[in-house]
Each structure stands twice: as C-alpha cells, then as structure tokens.
Ligand binder design. Structure first.
Ligand code: FES
Length: 151
C-alpha cells in the first residue's frame, strides 16, 4: 500500500460523472437479480457483523453477490454512507476489517487503494471500502467496524 503522507486534489467532477454511470449500471445489475441463487430460489447468504463506532453491533445475513456495503444499506445500518452508490468514487463506505479477517479478503486493487487515501483516518492494514467487497460463502462471519465518521 502506498504511504499516505501526500494529499492529492480530489478530481470531484470526473468522479461524480463516472460514479453516477457506474451506480446506474450496478442498480440495473441488482434489479436483474445478481445474487447467487440455488435451485428452488434459495439465496445463499453470509453472516456479517457490522459494528458502529459506538460499539453497537448489527449481525445480518447478506445475500451472496451483493457487496458488504449493499448489505449495510439494505439493512439500514448506520455508519456506511456510500455516497457514490458503490462505484468506488467516494470512500464513504470505509470500514476497519477485524484483524482476523484482513488476510482472508481479496487484495486491495489500485482503485480502492487510491480512494482509501480520502477516507477518514485509514488504517493501512485494516481499512477497506465495503463496496469493493463482494459477499460470498468465503465472507461468512466477517466482522467490520465503522470509523468515527466518513469523510
Ligand atoms: Fe463510494 Fe464505496 S460507496 S467508494
């Protein structure tokens, strides 16, 4: 991960246009039913624990195929704002992943790494953007904690 010592200007206009286009695309994908379903229509889920900054825990079943951000959004969990709708263009879906899970998640890709630079008090080892974490059986039991605030 790149050192976070240098502040860079935020290309807001470009991100906003791109973010809107991607958010629309994701919405249509969601409406088409992008979750993984087993025969009989049962949707597989992963149990994910979201911990607010004040310690309040929310344990919810999130369907496979959604993102960890969408799991919070769909369950009304506070602390993940997701202003760009999941387009990796705002960093307001930032969380700290429980230390037991940091090595079990897919690696941070460059776009997420860049956006984490704008997150509130990112932790180089534990910070992730929840819109970039796709829910699957492998994430069953994941624990994430929201920061004190989003940017
Ligand atoms: Fe905007 Fe994740 S929702 S970066």
């Amino acid at each position: 991960m790149r050192p976070r010592t240098q502040a860079r200007p935020r290309p807001q206009a470009v991100l906003t246009q791109r973010g809107a286009a991607l958010a629309i695309a994701r919405t249509f994908a969601y409406m088409r039913g992008s979750q993984t379903k087993r025969p009989g229509g049962r949707t597989d889920v992963a149990k994910i624990t979201y911990i607010e900054h004040n310690g309040t825990e929310h344990v919810v079943d999130v369907p496979n195929g959604l993102t960890v951000m969408e799991g919070a959004r769909d369950n009304g969990i506070p602390g993940i704002e997701a202003d760009c709708g999941g387009a990796c263009a705002c960093s307001t879906c930032h969380v700290y992943v429980h230390p037991d899970w940091t090595d079990k998640l897919p690696p941070v890709e460059s776009m997420e790494e860049d956006m984490l630079d704008f997150a509130y008090q990112p932790d180089p080892k534990r910070s992730r953007l929840t819109c970039q974490l796709k829910v699957s059986d492998a994430l069953d039991g994941l624990v994430v904690q929201m920061p004190e605030k989003q940017i």
